[in-house]
Design a protein around this ligand. Structure first.
Ligand SMILES: [Zn+2]
Length: 367
């Protein structure tokens, strides 16, 4: 099988770049539909709208409010509007579900898509993937798109004012990238991009990890103060572009599979990147990682404010039957956990999760 790397068409990041959006959109046409996530808050919506209007008139850019879920009905509604309003491309503005709705609607309407996140909370913006939910918010399917987004715009003037927890979650998601990719390389596993790990994607995963270790703590200080610094810029790029290409073409392994298992736990309602952070600790335990690396991971995630125990994720009591279900879901056929050169069983994952939790408590006692 070939090494395959896939990328977004263009990635633009910097202070105030949203005010220059038009110059990046002209390649797609002259009339655009933007789906705005209503849950990003009044203040952010006002700031985003003001920036967009500095660049595009009401004739050029039609703003609509996104629905609560990225559901089939919502995707069809947006795709129909793209055709009805004769738009040349669609933009998704805000967070996860709205971005995925824009990606999927563009896929079906066969127009280009631009992604404008208002926080760096996961590595999804750059990927050729949309997660579809039913109207009740339960996961329905994962849609593989023909290609990655044509444009991704990260305006750090807006992102630095997002809640600190969102940046932390993005750091949690990005922290897994290199640890999973290196395991996928050892296993000669397949990536989400449908090939083997390329030198480029593996290198981006490693650069992501180095950038996090150097700048993530300072970036958290910046976002708590609502200011944009070089460390924050570096972490926004690590969370979004380096981790985006790094996970999609660099390979996933146990951390994301354990995340998938945790989504089935009735008490675990935290963000994607928060569950991935704990999943990474469990992966390091499963792999019998080097002692220094293991404790560094606990220290790093705890400093950022990410979960290092089950309790941090809302699981106050590790009920054996519930934790067994998590381990079984994490080792279901097709899960990325089999991208490893170890023999993985539900029993081994169950034990790794419980030991990661115990080590998290031990770490807290020590510091
Ligand atoms: Zn992820």
């Amino acid at each position: 099988m070939a090494n395959i790397s896939i990328f977004p068409g263009k990635y633009v990041q910097g202070r105030g770049v949203l005010s220059e959006l038009k110059e990046h959109l002209t390649a797609f046409g002259s009339r655009f539909l933007a789906v705005v996530n209503p849950t990003i808050g009044e203040e952010t919506i006002e700031r985003v709208t003001a920036a967009l209007r500095r660049s595009l008139s009401e004739d050029e850019l039609l703003l609509i409010e996104g629905g609560a879920e990225c559901s089939t009905a919502e995707i069809e509604r947006v795709a129909a509007l793209i055709c009805e309003k004769e738009c040349d491309a669609v933009l998704g503005i805000g967070g996860g579900k709205t971005l995925d709705t824009a990606k999927a609607a563009a896929h079906f309407a066969r127009v280009p898509v631009g992604i404008v996140p208002t926080a760096a909370s996961s590595d999804a913006p750059c990927s050729a993937l949309a997660v579809i939910y039913n109207e009740k918010g339960q996961l329905e399917s994962r849609l593989r798109l023909r290609r990655n987004p044509d444009l991704v715009v990260m305006d750090t003037e807006i992102i630095c004012r997002a809640p600190a927890r969102l940046l932390a979650a993005g750091i949690g998601d990005a922290f897994a990238t290199y640890i999973e990719s290196r395991r996928c390389v050892l296993a000669n596993g397949d990536t989400v991009a449908g090939g083997k790990v390329s030198l480029t994607a593996g290198g981006m995963a490693r650069l992501c990890w180095e950038t996090l270790r150097r700048d993530a703590r300072r970036a958290m200080q910046a976002v708590r103060a609502g200011v944009c610094t070089q460390a924050l810029e570096n972490i926004v790029e690590a969370n979004t572009l380096l981790s985006g290409v790094g996970f999609e073409s660099g390979g996933k392994s146990a951390a994301h599979a354990i995340h998938d298992g945790l989504t089935w736990h009735p008490a675990c309602h935290c963000m994607h990147g928060e569950k991935v952070a704990f999943g990474t600790l469990a992966e390091l335990v499963l792999e019998n990682a080097d002692e220094t690396e293991l404790w560094e991971a606990f220290a790093f995630l705890d400093d950022i404010g990410l979960p290092i125990t089950l309790e941090d994720m809302g699981i106050a009591q590790a009920v054996p039957a519930e934790m067994r279900m998590v381990a079984e879901k994490a080792t279901a056929p097709g899960e990325s956990i089999f991208n490893t050169n170890l023999t993985v069983t539900a029993d081994a994952v169950y034990d790794a999760i419980l030991l990661a939790d115990a080590l998290g408590h031990a770490y807290r006692k020590r510091v």
